[in-house]
Design a protein. Sequence first.
Length: 400
Amino acid sequence: MAKLKKIKGVIGILTGGGDVPGLNPAIRAVTIRARREGYRVVGLRRGWAGPINIIPDPKADNSRYCMELTNEIVNKAGRTGGTFLHTSRTNPSRVKKADVPDHLQEKYTDEVNDLTPEVLKSLDFLGIDYLIPIGGDDTLSYAVRLYQEGVKVVAIPKTMDNDVPGTDYCIGFSTCVTRTISMTNNLRTSAGSHERFLVLEVFGRYAGFTAMLPAMAGAADRCVIPEYKFDIDHLTELLCNDRQHNPSRYAVVLVSEGAMFRGGEMVFEDATTDAFGHKKLGGIGDLVAAELKDRSRKFNNGRAINVINQKLGYLVRSGNPDAIDSIVPMAYGNLALDLVLSGIHGRLVVLKNGRYDNLPIEVVTNSKKFVDVEEHYNTERLRPSYRSFEMKPLFIMTSE
């Protein structure tokens, strides 16, 4: 793509990390408003992989990594899930030699390379005045780096885990909770028919919000989360008691993928890591299911209780957005444009205590967001704890 001719200015937008419903509505909101205000909008494709792969030559075909966005394009995609700009977990500051783009292979020969200079060249080549990245703490941590390098960044928080610091809400969380509740309720019929335990592993990595909120809404009897290492005998006893007192003779537990047995560590699929240093979590649900069946004899008169074990996985992050993940992205996109039009950058748009606002983007890297165990989790009952909902935010739990 040749260098874009400026009108009032050029706004770049990208989506990074895991897909969630609500990304396309956010892209639409930014694009419609920006074009109405006299800006051009360039979609950087495949997350941070886009700007490191762009060749800054007017004769080069860069259509695989960037595209001009129009009302027609975003209106068509705006009601759908996923991201039509595509995504990746690329970290330009830590690119393995094998992943360095072909046109840069001779320049970057270390085992791990910082390609930030190439990102800056690409943004300059495209004439981008403001960059709006939409992502979780990994994607946005690199946005902080670019802001420190002088790029005018306005960030939008997205992750079904709802663990970006500084904001009560991240795009994708509501749909995740909605789907988890719905699928758990669907699976109850099988659990009840066979009088079994129902073990459901959900995404969440280091934060337990995706297990806590569905459990609080009544989708599960118990939940185990990364913030508190649980005793498996205790969990088994609680579930046996839940099953005994349920007329349909079943009990449900939601297991966050980052949950840990007391005395144990997180369970990973393998030892490989992504560009941000994270191992792929997965498998704790299988271990919990096996232990529950074996240990249930102790609390069920010597008879083992069979288990239905299901990993919800990508089912809760796929498909179309729910109402909240259609409305919040629209508001976030317009908030971002409000800042751009005011000449303000280096900010993260947020929801705080039910109101839209913005904070310094550095909040993403200066803090962490986890479930407050003392405030929100009953370690004896292994389920959410709540004493009063007065003056709480919509989704109850924040890290503050």
